[in-house]
Design a protein around this ligand. Sequence first.
Ligand code: PAF
Length: 284
Amino acid sequence: MGGAGLQVIDRPAALVEWSDAQRTAGKQVALVPTMGALHAGHLALITEARKHADVVIVSIFVNPLQFNRRDDFEAYPRPIDDDIEICRGSAVDAVYAPLASTMYPVGFQTHVEPGALADVLDGPSRPGHFRGVTTVVAKLFGAARPHVAVFGQKDFQQLAIIRRMVSDLNMSIEIVGVPTVREPDGLALSSRNRRLSVEQRAAAICVPNALAAIAEAAGTEPEVAKLQAIGQAIIEAEPLARWEQLEIVDPDTLQSLSTIEGRALAVTAVWFGEVRLIDNRLLG
Ligand code: PAF
């Protein structure tokens, strides 16, 4: 276990040095990459990380490369002092919180290009998003040198792409996925939820409700078009919701299905004003 008090580090070289010292002392190192605005979903990632390692690093970095809308990047919450206190209270060993100019100094020009897994679902509607994610995660891995890295399953496509990157690039890091943490009414926890108005927050319950209705119907109805119609009707009945995507895909390839024959994943993206929420649910 850590126990030496929280280290707050903002330079990659200092993190490499810290992580190498842990490794030399025979400790397993876990990384929990985040963009901050920490909530109970992140705490579940930290708890899981602790099960796999002796020391836990939480990175906090709002990555400009993965935002395809400037307003979304600027509006993203950044309560860094609160986040550091949450990490301190959660027995995190190190917080890595670099500046954008440290992550992407003048002259930076190398990116990690994901493949077909990034061409579906969120890929077309968020050009460059997953390339930004793989690039920053590869950089975080390079600085933190973890044995294990922990990600939430709410971002199912991101998790699949990162697993693929680690395998394709022989990164020798165990990737652990953690089930989505939900509010009592079923809404998936997300840093974006805090940007919802009271009315939008109440309306957002249509997202898990649509997925739950699909999951229930999938018990007897294998036809994807009919299942999509069930979910879509629930979202469209909510005046504050703007439906963007509701797909049923193979959880391994993320390719759309027309009939459910084995495992399947329902994935949705819904807008409430300027806030885009995503969620997913395994069927069967
Ligand atoms: O899931 C997130 O919060 C981000 O996409 C990640 C993995 C921290 C990369 O910026």
